[in-house]
Design a binder for this molecule. Structure first.
Ligand code: NAD
Length: 372
């Protein structure tokens, strides 16, 4: 994946409207540094945040009115970066206004909302992409390309985890509401990484808990997770995460990691420190991407990673120019949400949960057999 756009397609700049200006900061930075995009309008209910972003990026296009942003004919694509539980409503409103949508992860957090999103997307015919940023980070993108060469052979198992000391995140007003769930907000990264390799996860079993740290800080839902998956063809996989406790030193471990164990070799993509390790035949190699550090991490230390956003919005722009559907799109996005909901249900019931049954209860079983 190129870090800078190439001009293989003659493309006019796409007009971007950004809704939610906390993490929305990263897509603004990505768009301002991309020759494929133009930032047209910013929107947030919080005027102080709007003023801060306009000052930071030398812009003068802020509104507190989503209706105004959606009525702006120069806004062709809406980037949605509001709190998780508001995504479904905002995706539907943007589609109904005739805009393409890029929605940050998690796509949404309640399967009951899936049908309205599907209907709005089908009625509008507009493109929707879930901003699964990790796919666009150098080590994971390299791991994927390497896997696609076929040299590693069949997958035997996949393991992905995302552990982060995110106690700083709990200062956000929505983080202590009932609606906020790390299972969706945090685990959506490793869940998506596993589904990237094993799109046919069929069953899940797992356990979660709200740690003493999380409880004392006022969290309402679990912050500690361990899950086992089984794919339709019987391949086992694993996902885990913790969010309010210290993490292992980076010299020894990476907060986010994806491990592929395959018939001919094995590979590991590490978020920290931009590392990709692999073993194949007689070769054992550790690749690093330090020269990309400034590209990926532009502000806020390693907590913000605008380079991934620039990569995914440039991928989105190329897809639109080629009239291809960007991935993960609505179907993939809904199945990933369904998997997270199955994980939640397994924790609540202590039983394994089959994805097909859960999708059927929401009238969505056809998604498992339809093409992307
Ligand atoms: N790696 C990633 O892709 C990544 C990283 C961090 C956060 N995120 C996602 O970004 C989203 C936002 O997270 P955040 O950390 O920026 O939270 P945040 O609280 O810092 O920012 C959310 C912003 O949305 C605004 N907002 C709330 N309701 C609104 C409404 N109805 N209309 C307009 N604006 C509204 C708030 O005022 C706030 O400024 C979440 O879904 C989160 O999961 C993704």
């Amino acid at each position: 994946m190129p870090r800078r756009p190439n001009n293989e397609l003659s493309m006019k700049r796409l007009g971007l409207g950004v809704l939610g200006l906390g993490e929305g900061r990263s897509i603004i930075s990505g768009a301002l540094n991309s020759e494929f995009w133009e930032v047209v309008q910013l929107c947030d209910l919080n005027e102080a945040v709007g003023r801060e972003r306009c000052h930071e990026f030398n812009l003068d296009c802020f509104t507190t009115s989503l209706a105004e942003l959606l009525a702006n004919p120069r806004v062709e694509v809406v980037g949605i970066y509001t709190p998780d539980h508001l995504h479904a409503e905002h995706v539907v409103r943007a589609l109904n206004a005739g805009k393409h949508v890029i929605c940050t992860k998690p796509f949404f957090d309640d399967l009951a909302q899936a049908k309205s999103i599907l209907a709005a997307q089908q009625a509008s015919g507009k493109a929707v992409m879930v901003g699964q940023s990790s796919r666009f980070f150098a080590p994971f993108a390299r791991q994927r390309k390497h896997f696609e060469t076929g040299a590693f052979g069949d997958i035997i198992t996949v393991e992905a985890y995302y552990n982060a000391d995110h106690r700083w995140f709990l200062s956000k007003p929505w983080a202590k509401k009932d609606a906020f769930k790390w299972l969706y907000g945090g685990l959506s990264h490793p869940v998506d990484l596993v589904r990237w390799y094993l799109p046919d996860i069929a069953e899940v079993m797992g356990y979660s808990s709200l740690s003493k740290n999380g409880r004392e800080l006022g969290l309402k839902n679990a912050d500690t997770f361990q899950f086992i998956y089984k794919s339709a063809s019987g391949i086992p996989a694993r996902v885990s995460g913790t969010y309010t406790s210290p993490v292992i030193p980076l010299e020894r471990d990476s907060n986010m990691s994806c491990i592929l164990r395959c018939a001919n070799g094995a590979s590991q993509g590490d978020y920290y420190d931009l590392r990709y390790a692999w073993k194949l035949g007689g070769q054992s190699v550790v690749e690093t991407f330090e020269d990309a550090d400034d590209y990926f991490f532009r502000f806020g230390g390693h907590s913000h990673h605008a380079g991934e956003y620039q990569n995914y919005i440039e991928y989105f722009a190329r897809c639109l120019a080629r009239q291809e559907a960007p991935q993960p799109g609505v179907r993939e996005g809904i199945i990933t949400v369904a998997l997270m909901q199955a994980m939640e249900e397994s924790c609540a019931t202590g039983q394994p949960v089959k994805l097909a049954g859960l999708l059927a209860r929401h009238g969505l079983e056809h998604l498992l057999t339809e093409g992307a």
